[in-house]
Design a protein around this ligand. Sequence first.
Ligand code: SF4
Ligand code: SF4
Length: 367
Amino acid sequence: MEIEKNIEILKACRYCPMCRNVCTSGNLSYHESDYPRGRGLVLDSIYNNNLEYDTDIVNAIYNCFLCGCCWSNCEGNYRMHELIKSARIDIVDSGNAPQVAQEIRSKMLSGKNPFGDDNDAYKAEEKKADILYIMGDNIKFNSHDIPRAVRDLLSKMNIDHTLLNDEPSSGKILGLLGFSKDSRELAQKLYDRIKEIDPKVILVSDPLIYDLLKNDFPSYGFKIAPATKIMHISQYLAKLLKDGKLKLKKSKNRITLLDSEFLGRFNKVYDEPRKILKEIAGDSFVEMRWTKEKALSAGEAAFIFNGRLFSDGHILGEKICKEARDIDTDTIITLSPAAKENLSRCKDIKIVDIAEFVLGQLSQGKK
Ligand code: SF4
Ligand code: SF4
């Protein structure tokens, strides 16, 4: 049993109510089994009482947003999201994965759009270049405006770059859904393609891909060359700014930033996006009430599957937009495609990816 590896988390959480007020899923459904303690209790029944995974338990495990809000508020530093990930592996191994997750798997393994719509993949020519931009599945199929903005930015600054022709699925989404073997096999294909390019910088906009490259690849034994830097676009732009290679127009519009779960909470990247936004907006850059490790979840690991799985992303988005209204700003800068998508139903607030925002403020190229 995979959950055995996280048995200490199970023991700690099953009788603990301390983080229930911050649990993203529990505060949407108000079902006891959608809070950390409830999940701990059902997994305790599986582990200690040999209960089988039935539909209710499977739903409780797949309803988790893997956001880590509970961990950020846990005095004992217990990573409930890791316990949930291991439970999903056990569910898959026992043949009880939700039907929709199985459909997603089969589409991903056959290279098709797994998101339940007809969007084509974003296409680009591959060439040798020092900078390799990796989209990830969500951007590849759902958020073409983000790679367009990134490429436009790089081109305007005369920075040579490439994308992968027919970029393979990273496997990250399948990993989060519990298909660990498939996930690793897909990641291997991406790793092999990266090695062919041998870039100096791997650039990403999707924090899920950042997390994959930074944490999953080493755990799989995949070794990115030590000289190769893995950077989120916000880190890369902050570095250009620091080196005097990025000149930005000032703005007096009040803007705020939504921290990313997989970039911030799980990888501690908080400062670089702020440096860019403060350079542009100065004192007009304002913080929402909940920031950094305490930021509200935008459902980054909840994907966009046309409401078939994780259909509550837009409700999370509305909660965040309310925070922005409370500080009198009408613009939220986002750091992930999922956050941008999940906030986009707030019609009175502009939701702008950081690359799009910087592109609009570019005043001159690289020196
Ligand atoms: S994550 Fe921490 S605070 Fe939350 S239920 Fe577990 S032990 Fe309690
Ligand atoms: S990871 Fe998020 S959704 Fe899951 S139990 Fe923790 S706070 Fe709740």
